[in-house]
Design a protein around this ligand. Structure first.
Ligand SMILES: [Zn+2]
Length: 158
């Protein structure tokens, strides 16, 4: 008798899982939005599990370093009990700034996936060598949703 393994059918392709995880990061970005923080969310995934989360807290903490990625790096390192994030993926709704890209360098993270580009403050337009040579970067996952959230935040601020 042949038994179908439905779980296998449900296995996510890498592209689908990127979208799925980006949705989780977007949820955090919405949370930031609701708290009147610049709406950027980040999660860190290892072995199909979310091991770190963060969203922008610069207003609440009065701290310019309290970016979503920084919170997520710290949370993931605490979870793993080690500072390196090899075999981990960072999902972040907006292109990291130079500070966060620099922090990602020190974590040696395997992959960075981001949604919207940030032409002004994104690391790539300033110095794309900040990323660790072993880190693979992918952009444009749920780009429109990520960008629209930021746009509507700044529109309402004016
Ligand atoms: Zn940053």
């Amino acid at each position: 008798m042949r038994v179908y393994n439905f779980e296998e059918d449900l296995n996510l392709s890498p592209a689908n899982s990127d979208e799925l995880y980006m949705r989780e990061a977007l949820k955090l970005a919405h949370q930031a939005y609701d708290e009147q923080e610049v709406p950027i969310g980040a999660i860190i995934v290892a072995g199909g599990k979310i091991i770190g989360k963060g969203y922008n807290l610069t207003e609440r903490l009065n701290d310019v370093t309290a970016h979503a990625e920084m919170q997520a790096f710290t949370a993931a390192a605490n979870f793993l009990g080690g500072k390196y994030l090899k075999d981990c993926t960072l999902y972040v709704t907006v292109e990291p700034c130079v500070m966060c890209a620099g922090a990602s360098y020190w974590t040696q993270i395997s992959r960075i996936v981001y949604g919207a580009r940030d032409e002004k403050r994104g690391y790539a337009s300033i110095h794309d060598k900040i990323i660790h040579p072993k880190t693979i970067v992918q952009s444009g996952v749920l780009e429109e949703e990520c960008a629209n959230l930021i746009k509507s935040f700044f529109r309402n601020k004016r």
